[in-house]
Design a protein around this ligand. Structure first.
Ligand SMILES: O=P(O)(O)OC[C@H]1O[C@H](OP(=O)(O)OP(=O)(O)O)[C@H](O)[C@@H]1O
Ligand SMILES: O=C(O)c1cc(=O)[nH]c(=O)[nH]1
Ligand SMILES: [Mg+2]
Length: 165
């Protein structure tokens, strides 16, 4: 079962890549290059998957690295102690985009503090173009992995065990 509550036969685990500092740094460089024409004050990502990614991307772009954490009530909040000044412009980054809901929650948390999201970046978009944002959005890898509503999931109908991830 995915973060969104949808079911899928496929799961990508970004920590297998981002645990290696050299690979993480290379991903940050590649992500930074996608957005290096923007004027930015910080990069933010949703924890946990977006923390290392925001850091390496921000380092490549020479700006601050922030993250949002789960608030325990289904939303996200900007981690205490991280500074956001009203009017600041930011890039939101995500390791894997399925529906885009998690990175959207991080965007809302930062915008609630007066900053403005100007672009979204992902390592992998697995939505086959279905995830959309109101600002320019780019991903390093695009995939088309199926997801199903629980009620109509063919894997469940075949009796395959559901794995919480
Ligand atoms: O686009 P979405 O439908 O929101 O799904 C993708 C999200 O799911 C994972 O986060 P998750 O909260 O499951 O785990 P994490 O704490 O390791 O980031 C992944 O890191 C994305 O944030
Ligand atoms: O949608 C998700 O929750 C999700 C899918 C995926 O492939 N990898 C991941 O970390 N989360
Ligand atoms: Mg995540």
């Amino acid at each position: 079962m995915l973060r969104s509550g949808r079911h899928s036969p496929k799961f990508l685990q970004s920590t297998t890549l981002l645990q290696h500092p050299l690979y993480a740094e290379a991903v940050g460089q590649a992500m930074g290059e996608l957005f290096d024409t923007l004027e930015l004050d910080f990069v933010i990502g949703p924890a946990m998957g977006g923390v290392v990614l925001a850091f390496v991307t921000a380092k490549a772009l020479g700006v601050r690295a922030l993250f949002a954490e789960k608030d325990g009530q289904g939303g996200m909040r900007v981690r205490e102690g991280l500074t956001i000044h009203p009017g600041e412009r930011f890039l939101a980054v995500e390791d894997v985009v399925t529906t885009g809901g998690s990175v959207q929650q991080a965007i809302q948390a930062a915008e609630a503090k007066g900053a403005r999201c100007v672009a979204v970046g992902a390592i992998v978009d697995r939505s086959a173009g279905r995830a959309e944002f109101s600002v320019p959005y780019r991903s390093l890898v695009q995939l088309d992995f199926p997801t199903y509503a629980p009620e109509t999931c063919p894997l469940c109908q075949r009796g395959e065990p559901l794995q919480e991830v």
